[in-house]
Design a protein around this ligand. Sequence first.
Ligand code: AMP
Length: 389
Amino acid sequence: MRDAILSLNTGSSSIKFGVYDVGEAGEPATAARGAIRTDRTPRLVVRSVEGASLVDREVGREDVSDAIDALVNWVEQEFGKRRLIGCGHRIVHGGTVFSDPVLLSPPTVDALEKMAPLAPLHQPRSIAPVHAMAELRPRLRQVGCFDTAFHRTIEPPAGCYALPRAYEERGIRRFGFHGLSYEYIASYLAQEGKADQRTVVAHLGNGASLCAMRHGHSLDTTMGFSALDGLVMGTRCGTIDPGILLYLLQHDGMTPDKLQDLLYQNSGLLGVSGISGDMRDLEQSKDPHAREAVELFVFRAAREIAALASTLGGLDCLVFTAGIGEHSATVRWGICDRLRWLGISIDDAGNQRHDPIVSNPTSSVEVRIIPTDEEIVIARHWLAVIGQF
Ligand code: AMP
Protein backbone atom coordinates (compact mmCIF):
# COMPACT_ATOMS: atom_id res chain seq x y z
CA MET A 1 0.00 0.00 0.00
CA ARG A 2 1.43 3.40 -1.02
CA ASP A 3 0.74 6.75 0.61
CA ALA A 4 -0.78 9.25 -1.79
CA ILE A 5 -1.96 12.83 -1.71
CA LEU A 6 -4.58 14.54 -3.79
CA SER A 7 -4.21 18.06 -5.20
CA LEU A 8 -7.45 19.85 -6.04
CA ASN A 9 -7.50 22.86 -8.33
CA THR A 10 -11.07 24.09 -8.23
CA GLY A 11 -12.17 26.33 -11.10
CA SER A 12 -15.47 27.70 -12.35
CA SER A 13 -16.52 24.70 -14.41
CA SER A 14 -14.27 21.89 -13.21
CA ILE A 15 -12.03 20.57 -10.47
CA LYS A 16 -8.66 19.66 -11.99
CA PHE A 17 -6.75 17.21 -9.84
CA GLY A 18 -3.56 15.22 -9.49
CA VAL A 19 -2.82 12.07 -7.49
CA TYR A 20 0.74 11.94 -6.15
CA ASP A 21 2.67 9.12 -4.55
CA VAL A 22 4.77 10.22 -1.62
CA GLY A 23 7.43 7.93 -0.36
CA GLU A 24 10.93 8.90 0.42
CA ALA A 25 11.54 12.61 0.88
CA GLY A 26 11.68 14.61 -2.32
CA GLU A 27 9.48 15.44 -5.28
CA PRO A 28 5.94 14.00 -5.18
CA ALA A 29 5.57 11.46 -8.01
CA THR A 30 2.60 12.07 -10.32
CA ALA A 31 0.45 8.90 -10.43
CA ALA A 32 -2.57 10.24 -12.34
CA ARG A 33 -4.13 13.51 -13.46
CA GLY A 34 -7.65 14.42 -14.34
CA ALA A 35 -10.67 16.64 -13.91
CA ILE A 36 -14.24 16.47 -12.71
CA ARG A 37 -16.56 18.67 -14.69
CA THR A 38 -18.88 20.38 -12.24
CA ASP A 39 -20.92 22.74 -14.45
CA ARG A 40 -23.18 20.07 -15.90
CA THR A 41 -23.71 16.43 -14.88
CA PRO A 42 -20.39 15.74 -13.15
CA ARG A 43 -18.01 13.66 -15.21
CA LEU A 44 -14.83 12.11 -13.87
CA VAL A 45 -12.00 11.96 -16.39
CA VAL A 46 -8.62 10.51 -15.34
CA ARG A 47 -5.44 9.96 -17.34
CA SER A 48 -2.31 8.04 -16.47
CA VAL A 49 1.09 9.77 -16.43
CA GLU A 50 1.60 8.55 -20.00
CA GLY A 51 -1.71 10.17 -21.02
CA ALA A 52 -3.78 6.96 -21.36
CA SER A 53 -7.44 7.25 -20.39
CA LEU A 54 -8.10 5.51 -17.05
CA VAL A 55 -11.67 6.68 -16.41
CA ASP A 56 -14.29 8.68 -18.29
CA ARG A 57 -17.73 8.39 -16.70
CA GLU A 58 -20.58 10.36 -15.16
CA VAL A 59 -20.56 10.60 -11.38
CA GLY A 60 -23.37 11.56 -9.03
CA ARG A 61 -25.34 14.77 -8.96
CA GLU A 62 -24.32 18.37 -9.63
CA ASP A 63 -22.76 18.65 -6.21
CA VAL A 64 -19.18 19.18 -5.09
CA SER A 65 -19.45 16.63 -2.25
CA ASP A 66 -20.60 13.94 -4.67
CA ALA A 67 -17.74 14.77 -7.01
CA ILE A 68 -15.13 14.61 -4.22
CA ASP A 69 -16.66 11.39 -2.89
CA ALA A 70 -16.43 9.78 -6.31
CA LEU A 71 -12.82 10.90 -6.70
CA VAL A 72 -11.70 9.66 -3.26
CA ASN A 73 -13.42 6.32 -3.83
CA TRP A 74 -11.77 5.97 -7.20
CA VAL A 75 -8.30 6.68 -5.77
CA GLU A 76 -8.67 4.35 -2.79
CA GLN A 77 -10.72 1.53 -4.25
CA GLU A 78 -10.21 1.40 -8.00
CA PHE A 79 -6.83 2.99 -8.70
CA GLY A 80 -5.36 0.47 -6.35
CA LYS A 81 -2.90 0.02 -3.52
CA ARG A 82 -3.09 3.65 -2.44
CA ARG A 83 -4.01 5.20 0.89
CA LEU A 84 -4.84 8.90 0.85
CA ILE A 85 -2.91 10.70 3.56
CA GLY A 86 -3.65 14.28 2.59
CA CYS A 87 -5.25 16.77 0.28
CA GLY A 88 -3.98 20.12 -1.00
CA HIS A 89 -6.18 22.87 -2.39
CA ARG A 90 -5.79 25.91 -4.57
CA ILE A 91 -7.40 28.75 -2.61
CA VAL A 92 -7.97 31.88 -4.63
CA HIS A 93 -7.37 34.60 -2.03
CA GLY A 94 -5.08 34.72 0.99
CA GLY A 95 -5.72 38.45 1.55
CA THR A 96 -3.06 40.35 3.45
CA VAL A 97 -2.93 37.59 6.10
CA PHE A 98 -1.86 34.42 4.28
CA SER A 99 1.06 34.50 1.90
CA ASP A 100 2.39 30.99 2.55
CA PRO A 101 0.60 27.64 2.31
CA VAL A 102 -1.17 26.69 5.55
CA LEU A 103 -2.71 23.72 7.29
CA LEU A 104 -6.47 24.19 6.92
CA SER A 105 -7.68 24.12 10.52
CA PRO A 106 -11.31 25.21 11.21
CA PRO A 107 -10.26 28.76 12.37
CA THR A 108 -8.13 29.18 9.23
CA VAL A 109 -11.02 28.09 7.00
CA ASP A 110 -13.26 30.57 8.85
CA ALA A 111 -10.77 33.37 8.22
CA LEU A 112 -10.60 32.46 4.52
CA GLU A 113 -14.38 32.41 4.23
CA LYS A 114 -14.47 35.94 5.60
CA MET A 115 -12.35 37.01 2.62
CA ALA A 116 -15.18 36.15 0.21
CA PRO A 117 -15.85 39.87 -0.53
CA LEU A 118 -12.35 40.03 -2.09
CA ALA A 119 -13.22 37.30 -4.60
CA PRO A 120 -17.00 36.90 -4.34
CA LEU A 121 -17.42 34.08 -6.86
CA HIS A 122 -14.07 32.34 -6.62
CA GLN A 123 -13.34 32.21 -2.88
CA PRO A 124 -16.50 30.29 -1.83
CA ARG A 125 -16.00 27.93 -4.77
CA SER A 126 -12.42 27.15 -3.77
CA ILE A 127 -13.38 26.51 -0.13
CA ALA A 128 -16.38 24.22 -0.86
CA PRO A 129 -14.18 21.15 -1.54
CA VAL A 130 -12.32 21.75 1.75
CA HIS A 131 -15.62 21.36 3.63
CA ALA A 132 -16.65 18.39 1.49
CA MET A 133 -13.36 16.60 2.18
CA ALA A 134 -13.51 17.40 5.91
CA GLU A 135 -16.94 15.72 6.07
CA LEU A 136 -15.87 12.69 4.06
CA ARG A 137 -12.44 12.17 5.61
CA PRO A 138 -12.25 14.16 8.87
CA ARG A 139 -8.75 12.91 9.70
CA LEU A 140 -7.17 13.83 6.38
CA ARG A 141 -4.71 16.71 6.68
CA GLN A 142 -5.65 19.49 4.28
CA VAL A 143 -3.38 22.30 3.12
CA GLY A 144 -4.41 25.52 1.36
CA CYS A 145 -2.15 27.20 -1.23
CA PHE A 146 -2.94 30.74 -2.29
CA ASP A 147 -3.18 32.10 -5.80
CA THR A 148 -2.19 35.51 -4.47
CA ALA A 149 0.99 34.33 -2.67
CA PHE A 150 3.48 34.32 -5.57
CA HIS A 151 2.88 38.04 -6.12
CA ARG A 152 3.83 39.13 -2.60
CA THR A 153 7.23 40.16 -4.03
CA ILE A 154 5.62 42.93 -6.11
CA GLU A 155 6.86 46.22 -4.70
CA PRO A 156 5.75 49.83 -5.01
CA PRO A 157 5.07 51.43 -7.38
CA ALA A 158 3.88 48.31 -9.30
CA GLY A 159 1.73 47.15 -6.38
CA CYS A 160 -0.02 50.48 -5.72
CA TYR A 161 -3.16 52.26 -6.82
CA ALA A 162 -3.30 56.04 -7.04
CA LEU A 163 -5.82 56.36 -4.23
CA PRO A 164 -5.33 58.19 -0.93
CA ARG A 165 -2.87 56.25 1.24
CA ALA A 166 -5.49 55.34 3.85
CA TYR A 167 -7.05 52.94 1.34
CA GLU A 168 -3.84 50.97 0.96
CA GLU A 169 -3.64 50.60 4.73
CA ARG A 170 -7.17 49.14 4.56
CA GLY A 171 -5.94 46.47 2.14
CA ILE A 172 -6.92 48.06 -1.17
CA ARG A 173 -3.88 47.04 -3.16
CA ARG A 174 -2.75 44.92 -6.05
CA PHE A 175 -2.77 41.23 -5.03
CA GLY A 176 -2.59 39.38 -8.35
CA PHE A 177 -3.76 35.81 -9.04
CA HIS A 178 -2.81 32.60 -10.93
CA GLY A 179 0.17 32.46 -8.57
CA LEU A 180 0.43 28.66 -8.49
CA SER A 181 0.67 28.56 -12.26
CA TYR A 182 3.37 31.24 -12.27
CA GLU A 183 5.23 29.45 -9.49
CA TYR A 184 5.29 26.30 -11.63
CA ILE A 185 6.64 28.18 -14.67
CA ALA A 186 9.25 29.93 -12.46
CA SER A 187 10.44 26.55 -11.12
CA TYR A 188 10.57 25.15 -14.67
CA LEU A 189 12.67 28.06 -15.93
CA ALA A 190 14.95 27.81 -12.86
CA GLN A 191 15.57 24.11 -13.60
CA GLU A 192 16.71 25.12 -17.08
CA GLY A 193 19.03 27.77 -15.65
CA LYS A 194 16.92 30.53 -17.22
CA ALA A 195 15.65 32.29 -14.10
CA ASP A 196 17.71 35.41 -14.89
CA GLN A 197 15.82 36.08 -18.14
CA ARG A 198 13.37 38.99 -18.18
CA THR A 199 10.24 36.92 -18.68
CA VAL A 200 6.56 37.61 -19.24
CA VAL A 201 4.31 34.61 -18.66
CA ALA A 202 0.91 34.71 -20.37
CA HIS A 203 -1.52 32.49 -18.47
CA LEU A 204 -4.34 32.49 -21.01
CA GLY A 205 -7.21 30.29 -19.89
CA ASN A 206 -10.82 30.97 -19.03
CA GLY A 207 -9.33 33.39 -16.51
CA ALA A 208 -6.34 35.17 -18.02
CA SER A 209 -3.46 37.22 -16.68
CA LEU A 210 0.20 38.06 -17.26
CA CYS A 211 3.14 37.99 -14.86
CA ALA A 212 6.46 39.79 -15.27
CA MET A 213 9.05 37.65 -13.50
CA ARG A 214 12.79 37.51 -13.01
CA HIS A 215 14.97 35.39 -10.68
CA GLY A 216 11.85 33.40 -9.76
CA HIS A 217 9.98 36.44 -8.39
CA SER A 218 6.88 38.22 -9.58
CA LEU A 219 7.60 41.89 -10.32
CA ASP A 220 4.27 42.87 -11.85
CA THR A 221 1.00 41.29 -12.95
CA THR A 222 -2.14 42.35 -14.78
CA MET A 223 -4.72 41.26 -12.21
CA GLY A 224 -4.98 43.48 -9.17
CA PHE A 225 -7.18 43.82 -6.12
CA SER A 226 -9.62 41.44 -7.79
CA ALA A 227 -9.48 38.84 -10.55
CA LEU A 228 -11.39 41.24 -12.83
CA ASP A 229 -8.47 43.43 -13.82
CA GLY A 230 -6.15 43.20 -16.81
CA LEU A 231 -6.78 41.03 -19.85
CA VAL A 232 -10.05 40.24 -21.57
CA MET A 233 -11.21 36.85 -20.20
CA GLY A 234 -13.86 34.24 -20.99
CA THR A 235 -16.62 36.12 -19.19
CA ARG A 236 -14.72 38.85 -17.25
CA CYS A 237 -14.16 42.32 -18.62
CA GLY A 238 -10.51 42.95 -17.66
CA THR A 239 -9.33 46.55 -17.36
CA ILE A 240 -12.22 48.97 -17.62
CA ASP A 241 -12.59 52.71 -17.09
CA PRO A 242 -13.91 53.02 -13.50
CA GLY A 243 -16.00 55.93 -14.77
CA ILE A 244 -18.18 53.38 -16.59
CA LEU A 245 -18.97 51.68 -13.29
CA LEU A 246 -19.93 54.98 -11.66
CA TYR A 247 -22.10 55.86 -14.63
CA LEU A 248 -23.90 52.51 -14.57
CA LEU A 249 -24.51 52.75 -10.82
CA GLN A 250 -25.58 56.37 -10.75
CA HIS A 251 -27.44 56.82 -14.02
CA ASP A 252 -28.32 53.46 -15.53
CA GLY A 253 -30.29 51.80 -12.71
CA MET A 254 -27.59 49.22 -12.06
CA THR A 255 -27.45 47.57 -8.62
CA PRO A 256 -24.14 46.32 -7.15
CA ASP A 257 -25.27 42.70 -7.59
CA LYS A 258 -26.18 43.22 -11.23
CA LEU A 259 -22.89 45.01 -11.80
CA GLN A 260 -21.00 42.06 -10.28
CA ASP A 261 -22.87 39.73 -12.62
CA LEU A 262 -22.12 41.91 -15.62
CA LEU A 263 -18.40 42.20 -14.91
CA TYR A 264 -17.70 38.60 -13.81
CA GLN A 265 -20.18 36.50 -15.79
CA ASN A 266 -21.43 38.35 -18.85
CA SER A 267 -18.51 40.34 -20.22
CA GLY A 268 -15.20 39.34 -21.84
CA LEU A 269 -15.27 37.03 -24.87
CA LEU A 270 -18.87 36.09 -24.11
CA GLY A 271 -20.09 39.66 -23.86
CA VAL A 272 -18.27 40.93 -26.95
CA SER A 273 -19.11 37.95 -29.16
CA GLY A 274 -22.62 37.40 -27.84
CA ILE A 275 -21.90 33.74 -28.65
CA SER A 276 -19.58 32.07 -26.16
CA GLY A 277 -16.83 32.71 -23.63
CA ASP A 278 -14.98 29.65 -24.88
CA MET A 279 -12.11 30.37 -27.28
CA ARG A 280 -12.62 27.11 -29.20
CA ASP A 281 -16.23 28.07 -30.03
CA LEU A 282 -15.14 31.51 -31.22
CA GLU A 283 -12.32 30.18 -33.38
CA GLN A 284 -14.77 27.83 -35.10
CA SER A 285 -17.47 30.46 -35.58
CA LYS A 286 -17.90 32.43 -38.83
CA ASP A 287 -19.79 35.23 -37.04
CA PRO A 288 -17.95 38.60 -37.33
CA HIS A 289 -18.66 39.29 -33.64
CA ALA A 290 -16.73 36.13 -32.72
CA ARG A 291 -13.77 37.39 -34.77
CA GLU A 292 -13.98 40.82 -33.14
CA ALA A 293 -13.96 39.25 -29.67
CA VAL A 294 -10.80 37.25 -30.48
CA GLU A 295 -9.19 40.37 -31.98
CA LEU A 296 -9.89 42.35 -28.81
CA PHE A 297 -8.48 39.52 -26.68
CA VAL A 298 -5.29 39.48 -28.78
CA PHE A 299 -4.97 43.29 -28.93
CA ARG A 300 -5.23 43.69 -25.16
CA ALA A 301 -2.88 40.79 -24.40
CA ALA A 302 -0.21 42.27 -26.73
CA ARG A 303 -0.65 45.73 -25.24
CA GLU A 304 -0.26 44.42 -21.69
CA ILE A 305 2.77 42.27 -22.57
CA ALA A 306 4.43 45.44 -23.83
CA ALA A 307 3.51 47.18 -20.57
CA LEU A 308 5.10 44.40 -18.51
CA ALA A 309 8.19 44.49 -20.74
CA SER A 310 8.47 48.10 -19.57
CA THR A 311 8.34 46.96 -15.91
CA LEU A 312 11.15 44.48 -16.69
CA GLY A 313 13.20 47.00 -18.69
CA GLY A 314 13.18 44.68 -21.71
CA LEU A 315 12.07 41.20 -22.66
CA ASP A 316 14.12 38.00 -23.15
CA CYS A 317 11.42 35.35 -22.89
CA LEU A 318 7.66 35.13 -23.47
CA VAL A 319 5.91 32.01 -22.16
CA PHE A 320 2.41 30.93 -23.18
CA THR A 321 0.51 28.63 -20.85
CA ALA A 322 -3.03 27.44 -19.83
CA GLY A 323 -5.85 26.35 -22.19
CA ILE A 324 -5.63 29.11 -24.80
CA GLY A 325 -1.90 29.77 -24.38
CA GLU A 326 -1.01 26.09 -24.83
CA HIS A 327 -3.48 25.22 -27.59
CA SER A 328 -4.44 28.24 -29.71
CA ALA A 329 -1.89 28.80 -32.48
CA THR A 330 -4.09 31.64 -33.80
CA VAL A 331 -4.02 33.62 -30.56
CA ARG A 332 -0.27 33.10 -30.06
CA TRP A 333 0.42 34.18 -33.64
CA GLY A 334 -1.80 37.25 -33.32
CA ILE A 335 -0.12 38.40 -30.12
CA CYS A 336 3.42 37.82 -31.42
CA ASP A 337 2.61 39.55 -34.72
CA ARG A 338 1.62 42.68 -32.79
CA LEU A 339 4.90 42.50 -30.86
CA ARG A 340 7.28 42.24 -33.82
CA TRP A 341 8.61 45.70 -32.95
CA LEU A 342 9.97 44.14 -29.71
CA GLY A 343 12.12 41.84 -31.84
CA ILE A 344 9.76 38.86 -31.65
CA SER A 345 9.84 36.59 -34.67
CA ILE A 346 7.63 33.51 -34.59
CA ASP A 347 8.12 30.28 -36.54
CA ASP A 348 4.74 29.69 -38.16
CA ALA A 349 5.12 25.92 -38.64
CA GLY A 350 6.45 25.40 -35.09
CA ASN A 351 3.62 27.50 -33.72
CA GLN A 352 1.05 25.38 -35.61
CA ARG A 353 2.68 22.24 -34.16
CA HIS A 354 2.64 23.75 -30.62
CA ASP A 355 6.41 23.20 -30.35
CA PRO A 356 8.02 23.93 -26.97
CA ILE A 357 9.87 26.86 -28.59
CA VAL A 358 7.86 28.68 -31.25
CA SER A 359 10.20 31.61 -31.99
CA ASN A 360 12.75 31.65 -34.80
CA PRO A 361 16.44 31.34 -33.81
CA THR A 362 16.89 34.98 -34.91
CA SER A 363 14.14 36.25 -32.59
CA SER A 364 15.49 38.51 -29.84
CA VAL A 365 12.79 37.15 -27.53
CA GLU A 366 12.47 33.40 -26.99
CA VAL A 367 8.78 32.47 -27.26
CA ARG A 368 7.85 29.24 -25.52
CA ILE A 369 4.89 27.02 -24.68
CA ILE A 370 5.14 25.48 -21.21
CA PRO A 371 2.09 23.48 -20.09
CA THR A 372 1.30 24.64 -16.57
CA ASP A 373 0.94 22.24 -13.63
CA GLU A 374 -0.66 23.96 -10.65
CA GLU A 375 -1.48 20.59 -9.10
CA ILE A 376 2.13 19.53 -8.61
CA VAL A 377 2.91 22.88 -6.98
CA ILE A 378 0.06 22.17 -4.52
CA ALA A 379 1.47 18.68 -3.85
CA ARG A 380 4.95 20.13 -3.20
CA HIS A 381 3.48 22.64 -0.77
CA TRP A 382 1.49 19.94 1.02
CA LEU A 383 4.69 18.02 1.67
CA ALA A 384 6.53 21.15 2.82
CA VAL A 385 3.76 22.18 5.23
CA ILE A 386 3.16 18.70 6.64
CA GLY A 387 6.91 18.21 7.02
CA GLN A 388 6.83 21.04 9.56
CA PHE A 389 4.48 19.11 11.87
P1 AMP B 1 -8.32 26.73 -18.92
O1 AMP B 1 -9.09 27.71 -18.07
O2 AMP B 1 -6.83 26.84 -18.74
O3 AMP B 1 -8.83 25.32 -18.80
O4 AMP B 1 -8.58 27.16 -20.45
C1 AMP B 1 -9.87 27.18 -21.00
C2 AMP B 1 -9.81 27.94 -22.32
O5 AMP B 1 -8.88 27.31 -23.20
C3 AMP B 1 -11.16 27.97 -23.05
O6 AMP B 1 -11.40 29.27 -23.59
C4 AMP B 1 -10.94 26.98 -24.17
O7 AMP B 1 -11.74 27.26 -25.29
C5 AMP B 1 -9.48 27.21 -24.48
N1 AMP B 1 -8.93 26.10 -25.26
C6 AMP B 1 -8.72 24.83 -24.87
N2 AMP B 1 -8.28 24.08 -25.91
C7 AMP B 1 -8.22 24.92 -26.98
C8 AMP B 1 -7.84 24.75 -28.35
N3 AMP B 1 -7.44 23.57 -28.82
N4 AMP B 1 -7.90 25.84 -29.16
C9 AMP B 1 -8.30 27.04 -28.68
N5 AMP B 1 -8.67 27.26 -27.41
C10 AMP B 1 -8.63 26.21 -26.56
